[in-house]
Write a protein that binds this ligand. Structure first.
Ligand code: ZN
Ligand code: ZN
Length: 303
C-alpha cells in the first residue's frame, strides 16, 4: 500500500492533524509546528507527544512531516530576517525530533535577484549550522521550488550540490510536482516523445526548459538524487509548464498532463515514499477526501 498523505491543519495540536488526515483517507501527514503566519511558537514542553503517539497508532498514520514557515529565507541579506529564519527552522528541527517525525521540509528562500552563486556559501553554512545544532533524530529536507522571485532550489543541481557539501544522513530532499513542472521539468517519460518546449522560464536563472535536460526523472537520475529523496509533494499546477509560478491546483484540475503525473508516480524509486498533497481542495479549505481519491486512482490504488 502506498503512503498517501496531506498537509492538514494542526490547530488544537499535532494529534488533531493526525485525526484530520485519517478522516480524509490518509495514512501519513504533514503539519506546520504552529501558525504558518506567525514566527511565534509554543514551548516544546507544551506538546502532548503522548496524545500524538496514541493518535498515530490508533489511525495508523505514519510518518509525520513538518513543513517550515514560508517566511524563512536562509539567503536573506537582512540579518533580522536571517536570524528569525534560523530560529524558526531550529525550532522545527527540535519539534521534528520531539514528535519522532520524518523531517522538516524547507524552502531555502530566495536570492532576491543576486543569483545562486552569490548566496550559495551563506545558505550552505546556515543549513550546516542548523543541522549541527539539531538533535540527531531531526532531518532537514530541501524542497525544490517553482522559480518564482529568485526562489532557490528550482534547479535540481543546486540540491545536489547542497547534499554533497553537507554529506549528512540528517539532510535529504523533497520533490514537489507542481514546483518541478512550473520550474521547467516535465514529469513524463523522457523516452516517450521529443522534449516539450518551455513557455519561457519565469524567474528561472539558468532556464533550460525545452532542452533535453528538462525531464525530471532524467535529471534526478543524472544527478543521482533518488537515494536522498524522502518524500514527494503531489500537487497539480494552475499555471503552464515552465511558467515559474507557484500556484497549486487540485489533482487532475491543473496543467500537468495526467499521463505525465501518472508516469512520475509510477517510478519504482518512489514507490515506498510518502506522497503528500498540498492542494487547495474542492471547497478551498485544503486537501480533502476527493483529492485523496484522485491520487489513489493515479497510482492505481482506487478504493
Ligand atoms: Zn510542496
Ligand atoms: Zn508551492
Amino acid at each position: 500500500m502506498r503512503r498517501i498523505g496531506a498537509h492538514v491543519s494542526a490547530a488544537g495540536g499535532p494529534h488533531k492533524a493526525v485525526e484530520r488526515a485519517a478522516a480524509i483517507g490518509c495514512n501519513c501527514v504533514q503539519v506546520f509546528s504552529g501558525s504558518p503566519r506567525s514566527w511565534q511558537r509554543k514551548s516544546l514542553e507544551e506538546l502532548d507527544t503522548e496524545k500524538l503517539r496514541a493518535a498515530r497508532s490508533r489511525h495508523a498514520v505514519e510518518p509525520v512531516f513538518t513543513h517550515a514557515l514560508y517566511l524563512v529565507n536562509l539567503a536573506a541579506e537582512d540579518d533580522a530576517v536571517l536570524e528569525k529564519s534560523m530560529k524558526a527552522i531550529a525550532y522545527d528541527l527540535a519539534f521534528d525530533a520531539e514528535i519522532a517525525g520524518a523531517g522538516v521540509v524547507v524552502h531555502l528562500g530566495s536570492h532576491q535577484g543576486r543569483g545562486w552563486d552569490a548566496v550559495q556559501r551563506q545558505v550552505l553554512e546556515r543549513v550546516g549550522e542548523l543541522v549541527e545544532h539539531s538533535p540527531p533524530e531531526a532531518t532537514f529536507l530541501i524542497e525544490n521550488s517553482a522559480g518564482q522571485k529568485g526562489k532557490l532550489s528550482t534547479d535540481l543541481a543546486e540540491i545536489r550540490w547542497m547534499l554533497e557539501q553537507l554529506a549528512s544522513p540528517q539532510v535529504g530532499w523533497c520533490f514537489d510536482t507542481c514546483h518541478a513542472f512550473a520550474g521547467g521539468y516535465a514529469l513524463g517519460n523522457p523516452g516517450a516523445r521529443s522534449p516539450r518546449k518551455g513557455a519561457g522560464c519565469g524567474g528561472r536563472s539558468g532556464g533550460y526548459a525545452g532542452s533535453e535536460r528538462s525531464y525530471a526523472v532524467a535529471e534526478i537520475e543524472r544527478l543521482k538524487l533518488w537515494d536522498e529523496l524522502r518524500c514527494v509533494h503531489v500537487n497539480d499546477s494552475r499555471d503552464p509548464f515552465a511558467s515559474g509560478r507557484d500556484r497549486h491546483a487540485n489533482i487532475n484540475d491543473g496543467e500537468i498532463p495526467r499521463d505525465e503525473l501518472e508516469y512520475f508516480l509510477s517510478r519504482s524509486e518512489i514507490h515506498a515514499l510518502p506522497l503528500i498533497l498540498e492542494v487547495p481542495g474542492i471547497e478551498n479549505d485544503g486537501p480533502d477526501a476527493e483529492n485523496v481519491q484522485r491520487l489513489l486512482a493515479l497510482v492505481g490504488e482506487e478504493s
